[in-house]
Design a protein around this ligand. Structure first.
Ligand SMILES: Nc1ncnc2c1ncn2[C@@H]1O[C@H](COP(=O)(O)OP(=O)(O)OP(=O)(O)O)[C@@H](O)[C@H]1O
Ligand SMILES: Nc1ncnc2c1ncn2[C@@H]1O[C@H](COP(=O)(O)OP(=O)(O)OP(=O)(O)O)[C@@H](O)[C@H]1O
Ligand SMILES: [Mg+2]
Ligand SMILES: [Mg+2]
Lengths: 254, 254
């Protein structure tokens, strides 16, 4: 059974997709067969991994048109890394699930099949709650919450954690949650104040790794190449390397 | 009848709330009675204007508990500026509207009453489509789409504009749309490339004003004071001043 890691936060632009792409690539480079599931309509994880998503089948095609999983997962930069886009008819998926209750069961079965077929599954969630991200979070063993070092990002965090706990309580396993600070600028007073605030109020969940603001991370998004491959020596990638080991160590302790 | 301006983009973290707060404050400083409607569960617009939102009534209380509008709009930094939080029971609001069809009509009536009671109404939308932002966008005369100068932000823009046109087509008026570049760093190559890309593909919608990346804008969020009031000479505020005039001029041409 694979290890399912959800990356979620309904605050927008905090580094969810950037974390999914770089953690996924790092897991794959250690020889673990890894799938990144792009649950966001915009498909940033798909394009950030260099896969053109125009009209490619994806999760929506598996769920609504019975497409086989093996046909739709797209290989990317290294042998063990794949991405599953949301695919055609993705804008209709939530409405279809709401109107056809049987689809909900089918979605859960598909997510279980996906977890069984890969060593690691990383869920890149959109910046909102909804049927799709909620179902995915319920199936995850670990939920990682990126928090940008900006005031607006910490504001909704307590309410977000509470809703996350409610979602996880209705899931099968006893999941773990970790908060990771992103886009940290040590020389910026505001950034340091937000870090201190998160350390004070969320210390039990806060991971040790801190992702710095690093322009290389956004440039690599534009190239469609994970920063881990494009600029392995960069500060941003080194921080993601630390984060990957921290999460893998959590898993080993279970 | 007031002028309703929606600020929307389902890409997260592009500067929607920051634009709503600073444009709203600028409109109010010119003597126009202005309301900022916070449609995001996180309530960043409410706290960014210095209003503590714990359990304060808001739009949800007007819609679900018949609270009077005049009682729930909160005054802020200057005489003509008010903010309307989403309020208590806000996490249930979408579900309640979905299950009680009459509420939809009531929401549209309330939005009309709000437009009639203020000179300017600015809608700060969450980073996702949904019943609430969709209804608000349908009522708006103008929709402003902030686009961060980063690759991931331009990726979903074409699809977002298409869905916006579908929403507007079912609304009453012939609305206008404007795209504004945000968090632009002239010395950053990636930022300039994204700007050139937007100028090439979206020139008919692109506004002339460009909002630079300015740490003062995020610091003021942490203080709960609009940057327009806290640092009126800053680069960020000067750019918002240009944007405010550009939008007001659009309105005058109608
Ligand atoms: N550590 C970093 N340093 C610099 N830029 C970053 C960093 N992490 C992410 N970015 C950039 O910031 C923007 C937001 O990041 P990203 O899109 O990964 O966030 P998200 O939470 O997935 O957004 P959304 O809520 O829209 O899904 C992107 O343009 C990305 O390239
Ligand atoms: N021009 C700017 N320069 C520097 N920082 C900015 C600028 N505009 C916004 N910010 C900061 O960037 C972050 C994202 O901005 P903001 O929260 O306004 O975006 P949003 O689109 O409303 O996000 P969401 O999608 O979560 O609603 C905030 O922490 C804000 O303080
Ligand atoms: Mg994302
Ligand atoms: Mg916002």
């Amino acid at each position: 059974m694979g290890y399912v890691l959800a990356i979620a936060n309904h605050k927008g632009g905090v580094g969810k997709t950037t974390s999914a792409i770089n953690l996924g690539t790092l897991f794959a480079l250690t020889g673990r067969k890894t799938l990144i599931l792009d649950l966001d309509l915009q498909g940033n994880a798909t394009s950030g991994l260099g896969v053109r998503k125009e009209d490619k089948p994806g999760l929506a095609s598996i769920l609504l048109d019975n497409a086989p999983l093996a046909d739709v997962a797209c290989p990317c930069y290294c042998d063990d890394l794949f991405v599953l886009p949301l695919g055609r008819r993705s804008s209709a998926i939530e409405e279809e699930i709401r109107t056809q209750p049987l689809l909900m069961e089918r979605l859960e079965t598909i997510l279980d099949q996906i977890a069984a077929a890969w060593d690691y599954v990383i869920l890149d969630c959109p910046p909102a709650f909804g049927i799709l991200p909620n179902t995915a979070i319920r199936q995850a063993q670990y939920t990682c919450i990126p928090v940008q070092c900006e005031f607006f990002s910490i504001e909704g965090l307590t309410a977000m954690l509470k809703r996350l706990q409610e979602l996880q309580a209705s899931g099968a396993r006893s999941p773990r949650t970790g908060v990771v600070l992103t886009m940290y600028t040590a020389t910026d007073e505001h950034s340091s104040q937000v870090r201190a605030e998160v350390e004070r109020h969320f210390s039990s969940l806060l991971l040790k790794s801190i992702i710095p603001r690093d322009p290389i991370l956004s440039q690599s998004a534009g190239l469609g190449i994970p920063a881990v491959i494009q600029a392995p020596e960069s500060l941003g990638v080194r921080a993601y390397l630390e984060l990957a080991w921290e999460i893998l160590n959590h898993e080993r302790q279970e």
